[in-house]
Design a protein. Structure first.
Length: 697
């Protein structure tokens, strides 16, 4: 029994205070999904792209051999999804597949635009935040090895963090080799206007190679005597890429190709650098001024060799192409945040950038069979200038209702000049108002979100430059490509709506929907120009895209007599329609109608745990142009991992990916008044195994 307190002494009862951790997804007015490093490294993936594909609403497109697929939100292809690094647009040549998950602090997914980030986000934004200074001193070494289809991917990651009273730093370094082997088979068929087959060809493709990558990402921060803070973030990457391809065609009926067999080899050396210096000052009044200067560059040298052979076995093509690419970037950012004035938090800022892209390409074709030797020396110099100002206000109208109001004005100007085309200049500007609202239901942890936005998609520079890239066996299904300097940006008006429910035990349910109305849709059209088939981009009519999104999490915390279990499920159902293309299947290019992931993590004890994820992405046909249809099979992927503690702070992470080994089938079709041409391809996929040894000290 507790003794009574002495006279004159107050007996205080123990009071336990619990603070709720800030969750941006739940508490911020502007909708933002945040996924930390622990979730990204859970499966032991060797590249960031492999980790991102499991996040809600994210899909990764099938890539060319040796390349990384495009990361998309809501299934909307490259360009509709904005990819940022530390809130800034990634420079030309940036490949998220070159990053390891260990070099990333978190991933932010913004389904609705915000004024403080670029509005080039019709489908949404994925912001990759690189690792910053840690909250404590740490060192970690990770050695990994993965294997797929007889090719290995070894890697080593090292990180060091130190935190002092007034300064701190983090250094992340990674070295890896990703070897690959891809083989596929194809059937090409042609039909007359009457439907009679008059062409039958088969093909075999084999591509193998490797990519060596060295990455370094240091971060330093300091607090000055006057209270100002400085930060310095750098990302440096050097890579060497080598690829060798063998392609053979056999014509069973119909006209023979000029080159029925060809051998290709490609070598690319790349050095990428980006460095940012940031400064912030807080004023006695409560306001805060922040600014950042950024410098970046990309130096790329490439070599391409191709030898072609005719049906008689004699060589009839010898192509040697050498080129280089140089990209320089300068960017300036700044913002001022006013102190909270009652229920308002106001912020205004600016952004300016200048990108210069210079490229030179020398191609030599030897003479064969009456075709004279040719030599071309093509070069161009292009500049992209961007300027933007924005203002935003987070307004707590009532304790249960908050509003986010913002507007951003952006101007983009491109100038390009080349050795084989006249100077080209484009200028466009966009005003992007944004409204987001969060309303908490009475006597509940449930809430409703609404977002309205104006976004855009500007054409990539390569789509504006009227410079030809020739194909080997030029025909309807293998055309040359050329840019179009008359392209206009696509503009979109969007609405997002979501209902969210949260529970004390960590369970969460989010059910929402979205809609986008898009004007001046850009699509590729293939046409016969002279005696060459050429694919060029052009602005079409309008399009609409809409869908529903479900995201759920259910947690059973680990107890003394039971293991811990967490279940996660997400599903996105998409619809779209391009108005000036005839149906059926006249939807946005490469947009799957359904994508979903089911994942489970089972923690037996603090020493070891297991987990698995199953992902599905639907396939089907898409009308990509007036005369074109493209299709792809559905994808099903099953991945699993096991994590075990060894000694001290050492851990072993084992994983398997693509356990189902589902083959990838795709097809492309071109048709007009003269008939129909079709290619069907089948690419076997292979499971991979990987092991990571992680040691913290």
């Amino acid at each position: 029994m507790q003794a009574p307190a002495p006279e004159g002494v107050t007996d205080l009862q123990q009071v336990q205070v619990r603070g709720e951790r800030h969750d941006p997804r739940r508490h911020d007015t502007a909708s933002r999904l945040v996924f930390g490093k622990d979730e990204l490294v859970r499966h032991g993936d060797t590249t960031l792209v492999d980790a991102i594909k499991r996040l809600p609403g994210v899909t990764v497109t099938t890539a060319a051999p040796g390349s990384t697929g495009s990361i998309t939100l809501r299934g909307m292809g490259k360009g509709y999804t904005q990819i940022l690094v530390d809130g800034q647009a990634a420079h030309a040549g940036f490949d998220p597949g070159s990053l390891s998950p260990d070099m990333v602090e978190r991933i932010e997914i913004l389904r609705t635009a915000t004024a403080d980030m670029r509005a080039e986000a019709i489908a949404g934004t994925i912001n990759i935040v690189l690792a910053k200074a840690a909250s404590r001193d740490s060192r970690e070494l990770k050695i990994s090895l993965a294997e797929s289809n007889g090719r290995s991917t070894p890697g080593i990651n090292w990180s060091r963090s130190r935190r002092g009273e007034h300064r701190g730093y983090t250094v992340n370094a990674a070295l890896s080799r990703r070897a690959f082997l891809v083989e596929d088979t194809g059937i090409e068929a042609g039909f007359s206007p009457e439907g009679v087959q008059d062409l039958h060809r088969s093909t075999n493709l084999r591509v193998e190679g490797f990519r060596d990558v060295l990455s370094l990402s240091p971060y330093f921060n300091a607090v000055l005597e006057n209270g100002d803070t400085l930060g310095w973030q750098t990302f440096l990457e050097a890579s060497n890429y080598n690829k060798h391809g063998d392609i053979d065609w056999q014509t069973q009926s119909g006209p023979e190709l000029r080159h029925v067999r060809y051998r290709q080899s490609t070598g690319i050396d790349v050095v990428q650098l980006r460095t940012d210096l940031s400064w912030a000052r807080e004023f006695d009044s409560g306001g805060k001024l922040s600014s950042k200067l950024g410098l970046g560059g990309n130096r790329e040298d490439y070599r391409f060799r191709e030898q072609g052979y005719g049906a008689d076995g004699m060589q009839n093509l010898d192509d040697a192409t050498d080129g280089w690419l140089r990209v320089q970037n300068f960017a300036s950012f700044g913002k001022y945040t006013w102190p909270g004035s009652g229920a308002h938090v106001f912020e205004a800022g600016w952004e300016g950038s200048l990108d210069r892209r210079r490229e030179a390409r020398v191609q030599r074709l030897l003479a064969f069979d009456g075709i004279p030797e040719s030599f071309s020396d093509l070069s161009f110099d292009a500049r992209i200038q961007r300027a933007a100002v924005y203002a935003q206000d987070e307004w707590t109208v009532t304790p249960a209702w908050s509003l986010y109001l913002g507007a951003r004005w952006e101007q983009i100007e491109t100038r390009s000049d080349g050795s084989d085309f006249m100077p080209v200049r484009n200028r466009s500007s966009v005003l992007s108002p944004v409204l987001q609202s969060r309303w908490r239901l009475p006597d509940s942890k449930d809430q409703v979100r609404l977002g309205l936005s104006r976004t855009y998609r500007s054409p990539e520079l390569r789509l504006l430059v009227p410079r030809p890239y020739t194909s080997t066996n030029n025909r309807e299904l293998d055309p040359d490509t050329m840019g179009n300097p008359l392209l206009k940006p696509e503009l979109a008006t969007g609405v997002d709506l979501a209902y969210e429910s949260y529970r004390e035990d960590g369970a969460m349910l989010s059910l929402g929907g979205y809609a986008r109305a898009i004007d001046d849709v850009v699509r590729m059209e293939t046409r016969l120009i002279g005696d060459r088939w050429v694919a060029m981009p052009s602005n079409g009519g309008s399009a609409t895209a809409w869908g529903i999104e479900l995201d759920a999490r259910l947690s059973f915390p680990q107890a003394a007599d039971a293991p811990g279990l967490e279940l996660r499920f997400n599903l996105t159902r998409n619809w779209s329609r391009v108005d000036d293309l005839p149906g059926p299947d006249n939807r946005i290019d490469k947009q799957p109608s359904l994508s979903s992931t089911l994942a489970a993590d089972y923690r037996f004890s603090p020493a070891w745990s297991v987990g698995a994820s199953y992902s599905y992405r639907s396939g089907g046909s898409t009308r990509t142009g007036i005369h074109q249809i493209a299709g792809e099979s559905a994808r099903r992927e099953l991945d699993a991992y096991m994590l075990a503690s060894l000694w001290g702070k050492a851990r072993l992470r084992l994983g398997v990916a693509n356990v189902l080994q589902q083959d990838i089938a795709s097809d492309t079709e071109y048709f007009d008044a003269s008939g129909r041409q079709r290619i069907e391809r089948l690419r076997p996929s292979h499971f991979s195994v990987r092991a990571n040894l992680e040691v913290a000290f």
